[in-house]
Design a protein. Structure first.
Length: 262
């Protein structure tokens, strides 16, 4: 379901003239949930894995076929974007009949449908994006493209995570706009269960000056080189871990320990 208690305000439309998001009120960040056409877990599985993942959601946007999968996560799209090839004419008719706004796109385009959803959320002022349905599915290239979206220039100054029932993916960049920076370092705080796996992958080039806290195999101002798998399968030792770096980017992949191993 959309966030309970959210009141829509049409007073300030987004820059593209589409559907506005609610005014979140002073001091609260705008949170958009995006639903792609990959694997979308049941709401109970997401709640168990990532408590509070849907807190304070202001807008739900489905990317094409994600409109048919949003209900698995207990969500109702408030906007559907994309070329409609996955929904087909019957699916598009259902969306229109439900009164859900559609923002269509040509099938021959440079952007993926999920990228269009990211841009639609940003245009409506979202500063935190939670993206479901970005992993799994029959297309490995789509999963890679979705991970690469985390480096999209439109997300500068915003936070974004890819989420499923076992995995949470985010990008940490040394660019000041992308993270909490202290003493010239970008830092990510990783809250979760002890025993969960945490993998760190240099993204695009070497990551320099990587330091970790709360992981079983610590790094202390060390490089992670693009290519070698050194950052794979670290382990969170408590309920919070920290990762920071001096320059470069890290793709951080957290995997739930569903077997109860520590």
């Amino acid at each position: 379901m959309p966030a309970k208690g959210v009141q829509w305000s049409a007073s300030v439309p987004p820059p593209d003239g589409g559907v506005p998001i609610p005014d979140p009120g002073s001091g609260r960040a705008r949170h958009a949930i995006l639903v792609g056409d990959g694997d979308v877990p049941a709401r109970a599985m997401l709640d168990a894995a990532w408590p509070g993942w849907a807190a304070d959601v202001d807008l739900v946007i489905a990317a094409d076929g994600g409109a048919r999968k949003a209900d698995r996560a207990g969500l109702v799209p408030q906007l559907v974007v994309g070329d409609g090839d996955s929904l087909g004419e019957s699916g598009l008719a259902e969306i229109r009949a439900a009164g859900i706004p559609l923002e269509g796109a040509a099938a021959a385009k440079d952007e993926s449908d999920l990228e269009l959803a990211v841009l639609a959320a940003v245009a409506r002022g979202a500063v935190h994006l939670t993206i479901l349905g970005a992993m799994g599915g029959p297309r490995f290239d789509h999963a890679l493209a979705n991970a690469w979206l985390l480096a999209h220039p439109a997300l500068d100054g915003r936070t974004a995570v890819l989420l499923d029932a076992r995995t949470r993916v985010r990008l940490l960049s040394s660019r000041a706009a992308r993270g909490a920076v202290a003493a010239g370092r970008a830092e990510a705080i990783l809250a979760g269960a002890p025993g969960d796996l945490v993998s760190l992958f240099p993204f695009g080039a070497d990551a320099v000056g990587v330091t970790t806290e709360g992981l079983a195999y610590p790094l202390r101002d060390e490089p992670l080189r693009a290519g070698p798998a050194r950052g794979l399968s670290n382990v969170r030792t408590g309920t919070e871990a920290r990762v920071s770096l001096r320059s470069g980017c890290l793709l951080i992949v957290e995997t739930r320990d569903t077997e109860g191993n520590t």
